[in-house]
Design a protein around this ligand. Structure first.
Ligand SMILES: Nc1ncnc2c1ncn2[C@@H]1O[C@H](COP(=O)(O)OP(=O)(O)OP(=O)(O)O)[C@@H](O)[C@H]1O
Ligand SMILES: [Mg+2]
Length: 187
């Protein structure tokens, strides 16, 4: 199974991607986690991405597309994957389409998690207190949500038009939300 997990910041993409990864036995690939890992280890990629991430902006497509392409080519991605946090703009949709055409592995579904803005803000404030993610400052959060609305939310229409979109209510218990997703995707 090849899946996208989409939705605004704080909606629970990472949490649900991890549960789906376990359920379906496929890797969950988060571009944000890859960038954070590189930042922490101060790799060249991390240094290049840092300023964008701290400001809550998208890292340039060239860098982002390359890390996804390399990751999808790895052995453990042969039998499927879940992409969390990618694609995030129209150019990334096109880049992903090309990668998948080259690999001969079409996408199955895009899961869109939904929650009201006050729920998202509350969850991110909690995460900032617990995990101290450097980009969970009020300014960076506001900027990320604004970028999401402008660049990422319109992508849902693309997957809807392809008949691939599955919309799931992201409010409730974690296990309950997970069950909602699996019910729609199939066991
Ligand atoms: N597809 C992408 N394109 C460009 N930049 C990205 C992409 N994915 C992640 N990033 C960079 O990494 C940062 C963190 O991404 P990540 O998805 O972890 O956080 P997020 O947007 O707050 O969502 P979530 O709340 O689900 O973790 C983004 O703000 C951005 O700078
Ligand atoms: Mg995340």
């Amino acid at each position: 199974m090849r899946l996208l997990i989409m939705g605004p910041q704080g909606v629970g993409k990472g949490t649900q991607a991890a549960l789906l990864s376990e359920h379906y036995g496929i890797p969950a690939i988060s571009t944000g986690d890859i960038f954070r890992y590189n930042l922490k280890n101060q790799t060249e990629l991390g240094k290049e991405a840092q300023a964008y991430m701290d400001r809550g902006e998208l890292v340039p497509d060239e860098l982002t597309n390359k890390i996804v392409k390399d990751r999808l080519a790895m052995d453990d991605a042969k039998n499927g994957w879940i992409l969390d946090g990618y694609p995030r703009n129209a150019a990334q949709v096109q880049a992903l389409d090309e990668m998948l055409a080259d690999l001969g592995t079409p996408l199955d579904n895009a899961v869109a998690l939904e929650a009201a803005r006050d729920v998202l803000l509350e969850r991110m404030a909690k995460r900032a207190a617990e995990q101290g993610r450097s980009d969970d400052t009020p300014e960076a959060i506001a900027k990320r949500l604004e970028t999401y609305e402008r660049e990422t939310a319109p992508l849902l229409d693309i997957y809807e038009n392809r008949g691939m979109l599955v919309v799931v209510n992201g409010v409730g218990e974690i296990a309950e939300i997970n069950a909602r997703i699996i019910e729609q995707l199939g066991e």
